[in-house]
Design a protein around this ligand. Sequence first.
Ligand code: ADP
Ligand code: ZN
Ligand code: ZN
Length: 729
Amino acid sequence: MIAQVILDTSSSQLDRIFDYEIPFLLLSDVALGVRVQVPFGNKNATAKGYVVGLREESDVPEEKLKQIQSVLDGAPVFSPEEIWLAHWMKERYFTTLSRALQLITPTKENRQRREKAFFLAEGIDLDEAIQGRENPKSRRQREVLLALQTKGVVTRKELGATGLSLSAVETLTKQGILVSRMVEKEESIAYEAGWEKATAHALTKEQQAAVTAILSEDRRPLLFWGVTGSGKTEVYLSAIETLLSQGKTAIVLVPEIALTPQLFSRFEARFGALVACTHSRMTKQERLLVWQKAAAGEVRVVIGPRSAVFAPLPQLGLIVVDEAHDQSYRSEQAPRYDAREVAQVWCQKKKAKLVLGTATPSVEQYFLAKGGDYGLVELSKRIGNVAVPRVDVVDMAEELASGHTLMFSRRLLYAMDRALKANKQVLLFLNRRGFSAFVSCRKCGYVATCDHCSVAYTYHGKEQNLQCHYCGKTVPVPTVCPVCGSKYIRFFGSGTEKVEAEVRRLFPKARILRMDKDTTTKKNSYHQILSAFAKKEADILIGTQMIAKGHDFADVVLVGVLAADGLLFEGELGSTERAFQLLTQVIGRAGRKEGNGLAVVQTYQPRHYVVQAAAKHQAEAFYEAELAARQMMDYPPFCAMVCVMATGEVEERVQEMVTAAKEKLEQGAGLEVLGPSPARLRKIQNQYRWQVFAKGKDEEALRSQVKEVLKELQGRFGGGVHLQPIFPG
Ligand code: ADP
Ligand code: ZN
Ligand code: ZN
């Protein structure tokens, strides 16, 4: 018997199948998916690998055939289906088989990692123990016991992260109320005080219809379009409950910095220990533990960011992708897999249902649902019929014309004052990149835009010029507005810090929290800021993209969008789509509970279709306008498109490589190639980045041409420079 083995290496030269003879003694141990030790290379060198195929005979001459040395684990690490998936990923994401396999299953590390954890001692009544500690002196002990009440266990590591007192834990242990034990270190999710515990609600008619659609026999992916607060999570819970009762299992994918703890606690309250969650900071070992429990049927619902899609659940019935438009489902590192695509092929393979839940579908998801490739079910109302917020759009050019030069319009200042006087909360949102990246006229709102590409030029401080990140064209910075002749043409430069200082000056009594990259460097600070705001420890929260999604803040009655323009002109394809999604989400934060919400959107483009559609809550109008624009410009989904990016330390080499890629791509039949141009971030960690874009009618043809280009150029240029394709999505 012959085993087909791939080596556990990321080297693409070695990424092929090697044949090995199976020695008689190992015949019963070698199976598809097991890990093996094999001789490789000269002398006594060996390597680890995976068995991905079994056959009777080999094309390799018998005298050259080597034997497998040993089988490494008791059981296969991959199922035949997972090996199939790895092959699919290799083709789709231009990666190696072993990289794909490594993503699918975290392999064993030898070290076992254990940590100390504290549990309630046998025979102790927790409620009694809590009641016995009403005295302010034992407040810290009480806090520990309350944490135990919700979680059952407190680990040593969590103590630091949650502010619980170690000495209180030690005292309780001495008193015999707690016992400690070493446990498998499964980095536990951050402890969150005061989240609502989920109880099963009686579903509304709309929710019921959604559950029925999810459980139906229709095998198409289902776009589950429901405004925020319309009860989507409740629908997932109900559908999964039914599936569990049929012996099935489910995966729930959430965005990278999502509210895993909040969501997780709702699932846990419903399904207890049948739920496990993964997160991006887990070690391989920790993830392996979840994988083992899942494979063994101990855990039947796995929640986590994109890599949770690989959870090896038997009897998979459903994969839910929550916030399905979110960009974090696509990996930023090679292999750049997209968990939504993987989920889709995996559901097909496993005959499971794929549900894409979102309040703001991507343009492509909308397109596929309208075309019937996806099923569609909607939740059109918020729970309790809470009204959507009113939206006032303020034309900042008019503000300036009438002599008001503050970054807050009069409308917004008035509304802030009223909200604060009523003891309510305010969210102030501004765009992540400040708004310094583009150049605009403060009098008429003109934005400097590339005439080839209809995307905004990006201002480059170092070169003092404007660059189109799409076609590479550069122009000098204008000193007067080419439209109205005004001298008020400038780059918007206003970070969150500046906004905070201004709010402090105008509202000296208000308590302010700020959330941006600077204030969230520590691991839990993101959740700490949000939960402090949720507990009304502040009146105003100023933030970037990070505050757009997330918790329900019942007392937020006002949302201020300081400059929608920064969103509208990010200088990239797809930025209008993201602008609409963000605006819609931010606006939706107002008036969640009582429906008396107001959003004030400041912009120089009050009539821009993104602003208009978001302000009037007319999502369909936006999607139709966007699709019409894309059809006219011949952009996806009306064509296939790829960005091929070269990276490396020496910029000339990078430029040479990307130019060669352009020439080679142009040989592909029916391909249109744009560029080369520097990437939006031209240099990251000393790596220069240049790109070309290729468009074509036929996706398969485009992909196979890209494959040719990668193979040939990587060989020709060798190390030091690297080429990778990025497909939009
Ligand atoms: P979404 O996931 O769409 O944002 P949720 O499922 O979180 O919505 O629901 C929003 C709120 O409404 C939650 O507090 C939830 O407990 C509550 N809720 C959901 N469905 C119902 C229902 N059928 N009846 C009463 N309350 C509900
Ligand atoms: Zn102007
Ligand atoms: Zn251009």
